[in-house]
Structure formats: structure tokens, C-alpha cells
Design a binder for this molecule. Structure first.
Ligand code: XIL
Length: 341
């Protein structure tokens, strides 16, 4: 049997059935055809890539747009996939109306918290029993190491209290849902300590938070194995579960501030890069298996190298190859590395 044949017979979810569910970010366009077949064969969990974010799902104060989110939840139910909800509060992809009153003036803290409450109640209750976990607050820690919380409109209008409130509303709306704080670069020691500080404040204040999502937008350079282990152990020491919620391994180093493709820059996916990436994935999954008691899920951010959000982020005009399946949807070296143990 060729490795591709055996890979098709046995999916990631089967290799990892004694460890954790393996998920993937999806949009309504991936629920048909060969991509849908790959999702069903490989994964047992899905996260809507964009469809449940506040901007897309709640575009006007008195209007929700359910079509895409409903389609993903129906697909999941029909195919025995669990669903992670993503997300209830973020500083990006928020609707224009949210922070403004009818005159275009910034709303008060009371009005904003009421809107947050109504949004969370409506969305979480609609999918109660169908969505087992929610990313309640996404990326609230600042990028600048000198700052603690991100200086978003949420912080400007409400002060730090919006974080605890979001968790309380979500818990009230669905007491059975597993509630996450979700963020990126959570393995970098300085950011790790700021995330830890926030989580500890919430846990100490008895806020209903159950888990932390490490997004896992990683690269060939980072995180190192000791950094990854230290992060999982640090967060788990608070009694929280951990998931890797948005895993991809970029072939480019992390450069968030980059705005343009450099002239003449190569985006060739060489055999050396593919091999290096496979070794990086092998290390990550070895660590994940070691922490099966606290690590309750690993989700990839997109299905295959045919399409990745990293094709246009942080700059457009260069292709990325960050996933386990290639543009023909065939398993890559990195797939073999992840399932050989
Ligand atoms: C990304 C989506 O993949 C893109 O399609 C969209 O344009 C922007 O958002 N962190 C998150 C995710 O929590 O919601 C982001 O998803 C990627 C970074």
C-alpha cells in the first residue's frame, strides 16, 4: 500500500483517537465536494473560520446573519463533528454599529455591555447543545510588551471589566459550554507571562473560564520545544485545560508588521523547506501527545495548502504552504511526520 492510500483509509482523528479531537477551520465553501470529503475523512471537530465572528453574524444592531454559521453547524451535526464556536468578543471583525449610537457618538460602558450581553445570549443560546466550546475573548493582550491589555475600543469604553463580563454572559447563556480565552504568540516568554497574569486574575476572581486556546500560528523558527512545553505547563498550573486552536506552520518567519512583499522575494516551497516543516510538525505533535491530560484538542487553521489565510496575511502576493495537505489535497511529508509514532 502506498502511504497515500493508507492515509486515506485512516484519518488524523483515527491516529489521535486516544489523545484528543483533531479539528479544522472551515467556511461554507468547504462543505461540498472533495474538501468536504477530506474534512469528513480526517477530522472530528470544526471551527467556523469567520462565520460566527460578530461582524459577519451580527452586521446591524437588529439583524443577525445566520446562514453560514447554521450551514456549518448542520454539516457538523450530520457528520458527527464537534464544533468550537469562534468567537464572541474580539477587536477585529466587529460590526460598525457596535461602538456608536444613532448620532455616531461613542456609546457608554452601560450601553456597550448591554449590547455585548444581548449578542452573547442570542448567539450562544441559538447553538446551545450543538457547540461544545466557545472562544469567549480573543486576543485581549497588547502586542507591545510594555502594555498589558490591548488598547481596543472595548478597553477604552469599558475598562478591563469587559473580559469577565463576556465570560459571565456566556456561562449564563450555556452553563455546559467550555469557555476559552484565545490568543497568539502565547509561547513567547514575555507574552506568556502577560497572558498568565490575565488568566490568573480571572481564575482568582472566580470568573467562569475553563480553558486557554493557544492559536498556534507558528513557523519553522518558533516556538522552540522548551518554549512550547513551558507555556502548556504554565497555563495548566492554573487548573485550565489547553487547546491548540488555529494551528499552521508558516514557511516564513513571523513578521506581523510587514505591509508589502519584497521585490524579487521568492515564495518557492523547496524540498528543504518541506522537510524542515515536517520535522517542526513532528516535534509539535510529540509534545501534544505528552500533554494529553490537559490538551483537549488540536485544530488546524484551514484544510489544505490550496487555501490558507496566510496567503494574504500579513502581506498579499506570496503563497504560503502551512498545512498537512497539499494543493491537490494529498497528505504532505508533514502529515506522515504527525501520524508516525
Ligand atoms: C482570520 C481568517 O482566517 C481570515 O479569513 C480573516 O480574513 C481574518 O481572520 N486569529 C484569529 C482568527 O483568531 O479568527 C483569524 O482568522 C486568524 C488570526
Amino acid at each position: 500500500l502506498s502511504s497515500q492510500h493508507s492515509a486515506a483509509d485512516k484519518g488524523l482523528k483515527d491516529y489521535y483517537k486516544d489523545y484528543f479531537p483533531v479539528g479544522v477551520a472551515v467556511g461554507p465553501q468547504s462543505l461540498q465536494g472533495e474538501e468536504a470529503a477530506l474534512i469528513k475523512a480526517q477530522f472530528n471537530s470544526v471551527t467556523p473560520e469567520n462565520a460566527m465572528k460578530m461582524g459577519p453574524i451580527h452586521p446591524e444592531e437588529n439583524r443577525y446573519f445566520w446562514r453560514d454559521a447554521d450551514a456549518i453547524v448542520s454539516f457538523a451535526q450530520a457528520n458527527q463533528l464537534r464544533v468550537r464556536g469562534h468567537n464572541l468578543l474580539w477587536h477585529e471583525q466587529t460590526p460598525k454599529w457596535l461602538f456608536k449610537d444613532a448620532q455616531g457618538k461613542q456609546v457608554s460602558k452601560e450601553v456597550l455591555l448591554k449590547r455585548l450581553h444581548d449578542h452573547i445570549f442570542t448567539v450562544v443560546k441559538r447553538y446551545k447543545g450543538k457547540i461544545y466550546a466557545w472562544d469567549v475573548v480573543n486576543e485581549a493582550i497588547a502586542d507591545n510588551p510594555q502594555e498589558f491589555l490591548r488598547n481596543s475600543e472595548w478597553l477604552q469604553i469599558c475598562g478591563p471589566e469587559f473580559i469577565a463580563k463576556a465570560f459571565e454572559y456566556a456561562h449564563e447563556a450555556d452553563p455546559d459550554a467550555v469557555l476559552f480565552y484565545n490568543d497568539y504568540n502565547t509561547e513567547r516568554p514575555e507574552k506568556r507571562e502577560r497572558v498568565y497574569k490575565l488568566l490568573k486574575q480571572l481564575v482568582d476572581a472566580k470568573v467562569p473560564i475553563h480553558a486557554v486556546g493557544l492559536q498556534g500560528h507558528w513557523s519553522l523558527q518558533e516556538p522552540t520545544e522548551p518554549e512550547l512545553r513551558a507555556a502548556i505547563e504554565r497555563y495548566a498550573s492554573l487548573g485550565l485545560k489547553v487547546q491548540i486552536t488555529e494551528l499552521d506552520v508558516s514557511i516564513y518567519p513571523w513578521e506581523k508588521e510587514r505591509r508589502a512583499k519584497r521585490p524579487g522575494e521568492s515564495d518557492a516551497y523547496t524540498p528543504e523547506l518541506e522537510q524542515k516543516q515536517a520535522e517542526q510538525y513532528r516535534m509539535f505533535f510529540r509534545v501534544f501527545r505528552d500533554y494529553r491530560k490537559v490538551l483537549t484538542g488540536v485544530t488546524f487553521w484551514n484544510v489544505s495548502d490550496r487555501y490558507s489565510w496566510l496567503d494574504t496575511y500579513p502581506v498579499a502576493g506570496r503563497k504560503n504552504y502551512p498545512l498537512l495537505f497539499d494543493q491537490q489535497l494529498k497528505p504532505k511529508k508533514a502529515f506522515q511526520a504527525v501520524v508516525s509514532f
